[in-house]
Write a protein that binds this ligand. Structure first.
Ligand SMILES: Cc1ncc(COP(=O)(O)O)c(C=O)c1O
Length: 384
């Protein structure tokens, strides 16, 4: 039976998993201090790029001896740069449990043709880290954005590993604790948890990653935008804000504004608490409704950013069509935008619960999901 529409809507219906909602109270005039029309090599541009690096270190608690660089092509650029520059020195292990991790597997196996063991798990599951040989170079995604499955902690990664750990943390950074001592390369994009703009990637390197760059030259050519060394030495300028090519100073300003906001909510702790509260609201709903469940089977691996749910009602005839129709109803009512499951993922909804989303908006969305679900069940029954 169809039910009445809820009385109110989320104030901000943006629940996209990237680009994600801007920080609350964001307005374009907050970017008026951008160094537009100025050289990024002038003192003002350099200072802003350096501030973006320094504030990233401070808020994320990145160790002083790790390098932080702003690189081209968003998170993808940062991951590719690391893989093309560092892999091939030893055997690799590629871990994947959803679409983006699978993309890195394709690159390493089919493009770079590196000797690699591939360990994969299906959507909702995760690879067993206890079985991974960390004396190989290991590439993995901290949070699988398209399945809502994350690495619970870094306990399985040995401190005395011989290989490098290369971690795509784009939908984890700023919402989850990252064990820096267990990670040699960490990447993310501004467009995710802080609701910044895409365009640039962040590439964070441990001293061991730098050592690899300075001691190993890949057999393949590297384009200019991937090159981090000069004459066998790290190009330190990249990690002080002297970017390889021209960055968008508008995107940089926007990131600085997002970092300011991050500090205003209590820094990393506050950001994590916001994502956790959003996810807890979804959990409470899932626990009290028997027609919906998480895609992530183990609560310990459940993401607090890209929260993926599936419809489990036995009356549903075509799961994919049903989930799409529910997402369409939510969008048409301006209750939730961009919440359809990722194109390669099992049917369902993906509700971004990252730190820029307000818990009140998640709470306002949930009755709309119930309304859309019941409306679609009723429509399906009528059509039969
Ligand atoms: C885990 C993961 N890796 C990589 C990407 C690609 O990021 P970008 O488009 O910022 O390069 C995404 C985007 O959603 C992602 O979720």
């Amino acid at each position: 039976m169809a039910i009445a529409q809820p009385a109110s809507r989320p104030v901000n219906p943006r629940f996209s998993s990237g680009p994600c909602a801007k920080p609350p109270a964001f307005t374009l005039d907050k970017l008026s201090g951008a160094a537009l029309g100025r050289s990024h090599r002038a003192a003002i541009g350099k200072a802003k790029l350096k501030a973006a690096i320094d504030e990233t270190r401070e808020i994320l608690g990145i160790p002083a001896d790790y390098r932080i660089g702003i690189v081209p092509a968003s998170d993808t650029g940062a991951v590719e740069m690391a893989m093309w520059s560092m892999l091939g020195a030893r055997k690799a292990t590629m871990l994947a449990w959803e679409s983006f991790g699978a993309g890195w597997v394709t690159d390493v196996v089919k493009q770079l043709k590196i000797d690699a063991e591939v360990k994969e798990a299906g959507y909702g599951e995760i690879v067993d880290f206890a079985e991974v040989d960390f004396d190989t170079d290991v590439v993995f995604t901290w949070n699988g954005t398209t399945s809502g499955v994350r690495v619970p902690n870094g306990d399985a990664i040995p401190a005395d590993r011989a290989g490098l750990t290369i971690c795509d943390a784009t939908s984890a950074a700023f919402a989850m604790d990252l064990p820096w001592d267990k990670l040699d390369v960490v990447t993310f994009s501004w467009q995710k948890v802080l609701g910044g703009e895409a365009a640039h990637g962040m590439l964070i390197l441990s001293p061991r990653a730098v050592e690899r760059l300075e001691s190993y030259t890949p057999a393949w050519p590297l384009p200019k935008i991937f090159r981090m060394t000069k004459g066998g030495k790290l190009n330190e300028g990249i990690f002080k804000g002297e970017t390889i090519n021209t960055p968008s100073m508008l995107a940089v300003e926007d990131y600085l504004v997002a970092l300011d906001w991050a500090r205003s909510v209590g820094g990393l702790k506050g950001l994590i608490a916001r994502a956790d509260a959003n996810t807890a609201a979804v959990s409470a709903f899932v626990e009290t409704h028997d027609w919906i469940d998480f895609l992530a089977s183990d609560p310990a691996t459940r993401s607090n950013t890209s929260v993926c749910v599936k419809f489990t009602d036995a009356r549903i005839k075509d799961g994919a069509a049903f989930a799409k129709a529910v997402a369409k109803r939510l969008e048409a009512e301006n209750a939730a935008l961009d919440v359809g499951a990722y194109r390669d993922a099992p049917p369902g909804l993906r509700i971004w619960c990252g730190s820029t989303v307000e818990t009140a908006d998640v709470e306002a969305l949930l009755p709309w999901i119930e309304w859309a679900f019941e409306a679609e069940i009723a429509a399906q029954t009528e059509a039969a």
